[in-house]
Design a protein around this ligand. Sequence first.
Ligand SMILES: CC(C)(COP(=O)(O)OP(=O)(O)OC[C@H]1O[C@@H](n2cnc3c(N)ncnc32)[C@H](O)[C@@H]1OP(=O)(O)O)[C@@H](O)C(=O)NCCC(=O)NCCS
Length: 432
Amino acid sequence: MPDSSNEVKSNDFQENLNLADINVGDSERENKSTDMLQQQLDQLQLQEPKFKFWNTQPVPKLEEIVTENTYINTSVAVEKVQQEPYNLPNGMHWNEIDLTDPGELKDLYTFLSLNYVEDNDNMFRFDYSPELLQWILMPPGWQKFWHLGIRIDGSNKLIGFLGAYPAHIQVYEKDVKCIEYNFLCVHQEFRSIGLCPLLIQEIIRRANLKGIFQATFTAGIIIPKPIASCRYWHRSLNPKKLIETRFSSLKPKMTMEKTIEHYNISKAPLQNIIPLQEIHVKSAYKLLMNHLKNYKLYPLFTEAEFKHHLLPRKNVIYSYVLVDEKENVTDLCSFYNLPITVLNHSIHKEIKAAYSYYNVATTISFKDLLHNALIMAKKANFDGFNALDIMKNDPSILKDLKFLMADGFLQYYLYNWKCPDLSRNEIGFVLQ
Ligand SMILES: CC(C)(COP(=O)(O)OP(=O)(O)OC[C@H]1O[C@@H](n2cnc3c(N)ncnc32)[C@H](O)[C@@H]1OP(=O)(O)O)[C@@H](O)C(=O)NCCC(=O)NCCS
């Protein structure tokens, strides 16, 4: 894992930091103190030198109490933006990856499948499929210019990547045009030599060149300064496999049989839930956008973006609706498929994990809606279901549905924007 100068020294904290993205659903860890985040922040305050890179960027200081909702640096005319790319170390060059080209898509897939986020014990690694990468990195308005790779001269080997795409978000009472950046990754053999700041600065420069001066992203680590922090919760659907892979563990005094029975889930949905289809788009879009107004941070999807993000795609995004007699959508639930590679296991190679996306309940309880999502995920052969404790994913509902709190936190960040801290239930935004 990264050997950054800000690495938190306590193993306990580090475990929580590093596991934030791969949220191991380990029941043994569920009772860890929920004020861990404060402790992590306190630890970070004690470290010197800290945030050599981030201290140079337009972001609030970690200890700053922000009361305004506004930009930090003013936008400049595109002609005033640095026109030349940032310099890379000798022997490396920038490269835009063409995700419409099957060979380049596969190259990126392979790079990420070998180098992207792992848990702290190096037992699991995210395995974003090529289709999932296209879904996330190519929403309406995507540009190859923002699919930024670093390659080695000569061999052309891909050793770094950062992808971005346009996003329009509501932050409190203001709407902010930004890029969302994702898949920040440096090859394991090229870490700690400063490629990460270069990727971030170059993607920001490329956003500036297109007249965009703000960015949003999420990360498991704490850097200056999260606008919000939330946690993943995990619901076992195939406990036997999850225990065999050590993704979760058998609780004391529980047998495998009892555990399987505990997590058993009915095969039929509770209501007449059906896959979201093209004909539902208009009313489902309206339903979601109306609902999102309840939060202080949420995406301002256009209808085309809603279609891109929510219409079902095989093995990528699963969306279901309830409709009334006039075919109006009254309730919506959705989750995406993010497989996790099991490293070094003789039998199991992959965990099929569902991640909760956008859910709106109006004619049934939110708990029933989420329960339906679990049933549909089980039917689709998922091994586990993960949800952030944002929006209406209230811990009490999650507990009732047999979710366990997973390790680590996920932080939300804005770049070149500051706003007062948000609590988890004020967030209506999911970054995949
Ligand atoms: C995250 C990763 C790209 C960092 O690369 P690296 O070579 O270790 O880092 P570098 O030495 O180049 O740069 C360190 C700087 O990057 C920052 N950084 C590290 N991870 C970051 C993240 N996820 N988001 C933003 N900044 C990050 C560090 O805070 C540090 O800046 P600082 O000195 O101001 O604190 C690399 O460890 C990696 O690919 N990890 C696996 C994938 C992953 O975890 N990606 C992040 C997903 S959110």
